[in-house]
Design a protein around this ligand. Structure first.
Ligand code: URA
Length: 273
């Protein structure tokens, strides 16, 4: 059951209250005169089961079935080149420029656009997702597709929007067919996302989904084990509180898990307060 929440806890604009109600509605919970939300998960799951077969459109990142493939050996040279290139950047613009010239990640050859960031570089809250999908590749901006729309609702429910957060990915170019990024691609991009976090220097860092959580926390644990717990992320310059939560694309497939994400988002809101 999703815990009910006093709307007065949310920043006091009507927009935020409306956004919270929209997010509740999206969760399948009604907020009315009763204090307790009505759990509609059972209903929505039954309805989902009764629906026509899943659409044949390509899955968002994290939804791909990820065909098993042997991991290539870690390309130490690429990582060194990337670290040297990223290390020279003094600003986010310089980092973006360096990435646009970097040819150490094969994904840059097949992608339409580099997806560097969305949102406000001055924000105290930074999200790190997985990799661009089709929409992101076309628009050159992270989280503008369906997963991004859900992320916007989740942000609105804690009184935020893209002007008060900054969003990047551990992978800067779309993997073909939205497959999961392979270890070689993660290794090539890693120095850039490390540097991006250092330059943005947020007060709270959130990893969206298993791929970024495992990569950035250097663990093989699954997201359901990793999520919801505060850890220290060391940028080399500063230690930043970091938390992993469920990826919005996963929540689109598993709406009943939104209650866990909502818990994590409340923890994020409280940490920032
Ligand atoms: N999913 C991600 O992880 N990142 C995006 O930019 C879009 C979808």
């Amino acid at each position: 059951m999703v815990e009910s929440m006093d709307v007065s806890e949310i920043p006091d604009s009507r927009t935020a209250a409306a956004a919270l109600l929209a997010y509740y509605a999206d969760l399948g919970v009604e907020v009315g005169s009763s204090e307790m939300g009505i759990d509609r998960f059972a209903e929505s799951e039954a309805a989902a089961a009764a629906r026509a077969p899943a659409p044949q459109s390509r899955p968002e990142p994290s939804q791909s079935p990820a065909p098993a493939r042997p991991a290539p050996a870690a390309p130490a040279m690429t990582n060194e080149m990337a670290a040297a290139t990223a290390g020279e950047a003094k600003t986010l613009d310089e980092l973006k420029d360096a990435l646009s010239r970097f040819d150490g990640c094969a994904l840059s050859k097949t992608a339409t656009n580099l997806c560097f960031a969305s949102g406000n570089p001055e924000a105290k809250l930074m999200f790190v997702g997985e990799a661009p999908g089709r929409e992101e590749d076309l628009q050159g901006e992270p989280f503008v597709g369906r997963a991004g729309q859900l992320l916007d609702k989740m942000l609105a429910a804690i009184g935020r929007d893209r002007t008060s957060c900054y969003i990047a990915n551990v992978i800067y170019w779309r993997p073909p067919g939205n497959r999961n990024p392979n270890p070689e691609e993660l290794v090539a991009c890693r120095p850039f996302i490390n540097k991006q976090i250092e330059l943005v220097d947020p007060d709270v860092l959130v990893f969206l989904g298993g791929v970024p959580a495992k990569e950035m926390l250097s663990t093989t644990d699954g997201i359901l084990k990793l999520r919801g717990r505060w850890r220290d992320f060391d940028t080399g310059k500063r230690t930043i509180p970091a938390i992993a939560t469920l990826h919005p694309a996963y929540l689109l497939r598993q709406p009943a898990q939104k209650k866990l994400a909502w818990k994590d988002f409340r923890a994020i809101r409280d940490k920032l307060a």
